[in-house]
Design a binder for this molecule. Structure first.
Ligand code: PMT
Length: 399
């Protein structure tokens, strides 16, 4: 389950840091890609050289590399992660995490992480039993973090009690179990469309729209993280899928997108039509550039493009799930419901251009989900990454 997973391993300054080396080795052995982020005091206990040799990546400690000035973006690392594991987590770092004291790279990365966070405390028994540690761990739990409880045993102080960091083998098991539960789409084939389509007027001009692909790519990546084998049919965009489980097919026009979708559809379990497909295309695109000379602007006759979602809807067999999007500017809900029925969809995701944080190009979206014979589900503004998970969670309930 850890194969291909992006794990941020946070190491803080405690004797148990020596166990992080084994943890790192085990994660890499299981096929995970590991980025180590270490606190300045962590470096007192274990050297970055060892950690970077084992992870195959430079170890990050500071906000930027002193000699090159290269900036390390805690936001990018936080977004890259499928999970963040802080092992060992000292009382100091646990306190900083609980209260948002972002004075080092590790805590800023934690505050930026969208992925699940696992905390493996390691400290002396009195520190572990102190009410402030108990309260800080309770706060971390209330934020949704997973605490990997420390074990009882001999401690660095030579005292015996509760505070030993859990063994690396057990931490790996905890992660493995977590990801097995988080793979509800394992064995499923998911088709996603994303981006705009371009309909050529001539070799240099086209009819298109403002879709950037962000929403569709977020869905494709989220489905892959949930274990699906994803085919992403994408119009021209500059974003890229980041998950290994996503195979991207690049197309330009609605007709090309239809052909790719029809090829994939018979083998597909779930299709999510997020692309902003042009409804019309020039009837007779010119093979050469239309020149400006002459007084009259050219008249471009348009023809209707095929409706990809409706075509798949007409060919849908029992067991297949087809999900559409509705991008509206007015009469949003009634238009979305009409599309749900006319395209034979199981679910439609409405986003409105009247919501400033929704629709084209934004990193956020605000959606309402309509399903056949059920009440609409309204969601607040969230990042497109979170919206993608919400949509997939609702699809999984249909299955
Ligand atoms: O890419 P981003 O910048 O992140 O923006 C995301 C988005 C706004 C493009 C996305 O969230 C979205 O709303 N996608 C659907 C846009 C759209 O074309 O909506 P529509 O209401 O016109 O189409 C309804 C459904 O039919 C959609 O699932 C669409 O993919 C599908 N369709 C439409 C026309 C057509 N010829 N073939 C289709 O399959």
């Amino acid at each position: 389950m850890l194969k291909g997973k992006h794990i941020v391993l946070g190491i803080t300054g405690g004797i148990a840091a020596y166990k992080s080396v084994t943890l790192l080795r085990l994660l890499v052995k299981r096929g995970a890609e590991v980025q180590v982020v270490i606190t300045p005091s962590g470096k007192e206990f274990i050297t970055p050289v060892t950690l970077s040799a084992l992870s195959g990546k430079p170890v990050i400690c500071d906000f930027f590399t002193a000699n090159t000035g290269e900036w390390h973006s805690h936001v990018d690392i936080g977004l890259w992660a499928d999970a963040m594991v802080i092992a060992p987590a000292t009382a100091c770092t646990i306190g900083k995490m609980a209260h948002g004291i972002a004075d080092n790279m590790l805590v800023t990365t934690y505050l930026s992480a969208k992925a699940p966070v696992f905390v493996a405390p390691a400290m002396d028994l009195d520190m572990m039993a102190h009410p402030s540690t108990t309260a800080n761990l309770a706060l971390l739990r209330s934020y949704g973090n997973h605490i990997i409880e420390p074990a009882e045993g001999e401690l660095a102080s030579h005292l015996t009690g509760r505070g030993r960091m859990e063994e690396p083998e057990r931490i790996v098991e905890v992660l493995d179990e977590f990801f097995s539960r988080k793979q509800p789409l394992a064995g499923k084939k998911v088709l996603v469309t994303a981006g705009p389509t371009y309909e050529r007027i001539d070799p240099v001009r086209f009819i298109g729209n403002f879709s950037t692909g962000k929403m569709g790519y977020a869905i494709a990546d989220a489905a892959a993280r949930m274990g699906a084998e994803v085919t992403l049919v994408s119009g021209p965009v500059s974003v890229k899928a980041s998950e290994k489980g996503v195979t991207t097919e690049h197309v330009e026009s609605a007709r090309e997108m239809l052909a790719s979708c029809q090829k994939a559809w018979p083998e597909t379990d779930i299709a999510i039509m997020c692309a902003a497909v042009a409804d019309y295309a020039p009837a007779n695109p010119s093979g050469t550039k239309i020149k400006r000379e002459g007084n009259e602007p050219p008249q471009i006759t348009l023809v209707k493009n095929p409706d990809i979602a409706a075509t798949l809807g007409a060919e849908k067999r029992p067991g297949q799930i087809l999900v559409g999007f509705a991008l509206e500017t007015d009469s949003e809900e009634s238009n979305a419901v009409k599309k749900l029925h006319s395209k034979n969809l199981d679910m439609i995701v409405l986003n409105s251009l009247r919501d400033p944080q929704a629709g084209f190009g934004t990193d956020t979206n605000k959606i309402t989900i309509f399903r056949q014979g059920a009440e609409p589900l309204r969601f607040p503004v969230k990042s497109k990454r979170e919206v993608a998970v919400d949509i997939l969670d609702e699809i999984i309930k249909l299955h």
